[in-house]
Structures are given as structure tokens and as C-alpha cells.
Design a protein around this ligand. Sequence first.
Ligand code: TRP
Length: 435
Amino acid sequence: MTQRVLTGITTTGTLHLGNFVGAIRPAIAASREDGVESFFFMADYHALIKCDDPARIARSRLEIAATWLAAGLDTSRVTFYRQSDIPEIPELTWLLTCLTSKGQMNRAHAYKAATDANAAAGEDLDAGVTMGLYSYPILMAADILIFNAHRVPVGRDQVQHIEMARDVAQRFNHQFGGGTEFFVLPEANIEEDVAQLPGLDGRKMSKSYDNSIPLFEGGAKALKEAIARIVTDSKLPGEPKEPEGQALVTIYDAFASAEQRSEFRAALRAGLAWGEAKQQLFDLIEGQIGPMRARYAELMAHPERIEAILQEGAAKARKLAGPLLARAREAVGLRSFIAAPQVAAKAKVAKAALPVFKQYREADGQFYFKLNAADGTLLLQSQGFAEGRAAGQWVARLKREGTSALAELPLSAELKLDADAVGAALAALQAAEAE
Ligand code: TRP
């Protein structure tokens, strides 16, 4: 089955080289894998929590959208949108908010960090804490659950939020799911092996340390100037230099082939001047970033193109979010007053079009069952069972557990199983059962 992978980027500030190497580049590479359906979005509702400057919010989401596109995101393969274009997200947020215990939110990292800081400063614990900050994890859960994402690539600091999303999904499934998995339980994908780029001073590159190298901002000139400020040791030209542990070399590695890496090291050991090494680093990065920067400038000059791409992305996203939210509203009891008879009428139509299980006995005296699609296509055929009861139990179990039971089922050898089609048929039977 295809895996849905979803990631949000909070749109505050501009991106630096560390964001590119640590988040954008691996995400774009992952979105090109087969069997993966990717969702990328600008978490601009989340941005409102951290920032109350409208001009900065507006600029940042535009810049970040342009950056992803310029970096090669293929929007025909992935769903790329702004969170705030999907009204289903805040609506689901409320349904989830009503299922989330306050005590759990008290323990959320972002909120705890704020109250800890207040305690240290001798302030009221909740000073400066908005409800937005407080319930931030619920909005994030809605981001993920509205698309039933399986995997969420995040940094370590976000793992707790994914666990909270699982929790609330589980609670919803239990209370309103009628025994089905209404929401997929998402898993955090922690990016351990993705390079964490050091900044100019060797600490992790971060806005808050003021040690970052801009990605596009300021053009090639700003890139060159920033590289010139990377801290090195004070060895003179011609003196052998130890490459390992130098921020400059680690940054070089993030853009270099294995061959380039070893050549660069050898040159430093042979006395390459730091100034010359910085020039080589600049050339290497500029060779990759330069063409992206040109695309970026082109896009920024045509915000209407970005708008059109994002509108298309929103439409694609809402095709999935709309029906899911409708089902969630139904499940919690927000139903049309006139829906009941209509639903019954629909169910009758639907019933005629449901897949069917058939149990039968063959001339060999064995008991069998098969599953036919609504159009009669054979989807599944069991092996023979000595007892009819065994076949019946399998049918019951498949109806109950869906495809997860499939792995253990003894199948007729000549049948080529289309697991997706079987899964869909079982889900249709389950849904009909739940009505
Ligand atoms: N909170 C995330 C961050 O600050 C951004 C984010 C918002 C997100 N919603 C998400 C990430 C959903 C993954 C999935 O980095």
C-alpha cells in the first residue's frame, strides 16, 4: 500500500542553508520514491502563534513556498498547500480539542518551556501564553489526521507532538470509530542520518544563534560573505591542516560527492590555504544553489504563479479532507436532520454494489470460500478446509480485521492476489456493516 508522508513547515522567518540540507533536500528526495504519497504544507496557522507581525507572516509564507518550488518540488507528484487554505483543518481541530484532556496539554513541550521560563523569571506561570500556544499540538494533530498520514518526518523536538496526535486519534477511533480504524495512527520518522549543518561558529546552524548562512537571501554575494566568516583555526597557507571537526569541511561534505570529499581533505592536509578552501566551498555550493536561486527570483517576481500552484494544491488536498471531515462530523453526531432517510436509501443502492463472500463445498469434500468484487471479479480464493466452520471463521475474521488478517490466510495457489483491491473490498464491507 502507498505510504502517506506529511510534513509542515512553520512559516516564520527566512530559510538558511541548514534548513535546505536538513529538511528541504531530503524531503524532496523522499517525495520522488515510489510507493510514497507526499504532503507538504506551509503551517501558517502555526506561524500566527509565534508572530503577530502581518507583513512578516505574509512575506515568510510566500518566500517559503517559492523556496520549495525553486528547490525542485514536483507538485504533480506531491500535494503542496497552505494550511490556512484548508478550512477542514481548523474544523477538525475543534472536534479533536473536545477529546483532548487539558492535563495532557499541560505537559506539551512548547507550553512547558514557556511556563518554565516564566517561573525562572518570577512571573505568573501563564504570562504571555496564548491559547494558540497552549493547544498547538491539537492543531498539529488535525494537520496529520485529516489526511490519514502514516509517516511524519520531524526533528526530535516534535516527537511528542506526533505521540499526542496518535493519542487523540486512538481516542477518536475508540469513541466514534465503531470498532474501525477511523484515523490512521501516525508514526514519527526521526531523521537521524540527515546531516545537521554546523553554523559559522561550529554550533548547530540556527537563526537563534545568529550563525546561519542564508539560502537565497542576498544572492551569491551574501553567500560568499557568510562563507568568509566561517571560523577556522589559524594555520597559515602551506601549513598542513586537520580537516576533521572543521565546520567548513562538514558544510563542504553536505554538498560534495565522496570523491570531492576525499580530495578536499587531501588538499587541506597538504597545506591548502583556508581562503582558498573557502573559495572552493563557495564554488561548490553556488554551483548547486545558484540555479535554484535564479528560479526563486523568477517565482518571487511572479507571486501569482505561486498562488495558482497553491490553489491547485489546496483543491487537491480538500478533495481528501472534505469527505474525511464529513465522516468525522457524522461520527460525532453533527448530522443533517434530513439525512437519516437519505442514508437509508443510499445504503440500499450501495448494498446492491457491495463485494460478497461466498462459502461452498467442492467435490473433494473440502470447504472453501471466495471473495468477489461487486462486479463479480474474483478477488480472493481460499484453500480447502476440512471443516466448514474453519472457512466461516476466516470469513468473519477478514470482515472484522480487514487486510491485516490476510497475511496468515492460506490461499489458493493459482490466485494472484491484488492486496489493494482486497483491502478496498473489505473496507467497503466494514463500512456497510457499521451503518
Ligand atoms: N510544528 C512543526 C514545527 O514547528 C510544524 C508543523 C505543523 C508540522 N504541523 C505539522 C510538522 C504537521 C509535521 C506535521 O516544526
